[in-house]
Design a protein around this ligand. Structure first.
Ligand code: SF4
Length: 63
């Protein structure tokens, strides 16, 4: 299964992922972006987030 991963080093805190796909991307207690643990991820929606992430810091990882 593939899951989205956020590289926080390049994140510019724009909140786009939180707005476009709140069921997957959340802000954790430390202020970083966290990916929810899901058995399946909405692929098209996440592709849209990846396209719109200004930090270019979200990518897929094979789990
Ligand atoms: S869309 Fe990208 S740059 Fe913006 S908050 Fe999410 S991970 Fe960070």
């Amino acid at each position: 299964m593939k899951r989205p991963v956020v590289d926080m080093a390049d994140c510019v805190d724009c909140d786009t992922c939180l707005e476009l796909c709140p069921e997957v991307f959340r802000r954790n207690d430390l202020g970083g972006i966290q990916v929810a643990d899901l058995s399946q991820y909405p692929e098209e929606q996440i592709e849209e987030v990846i396209k719109n992430c200004p930090g270019d810091c979200i990518h897929w990882e094979q789990g």
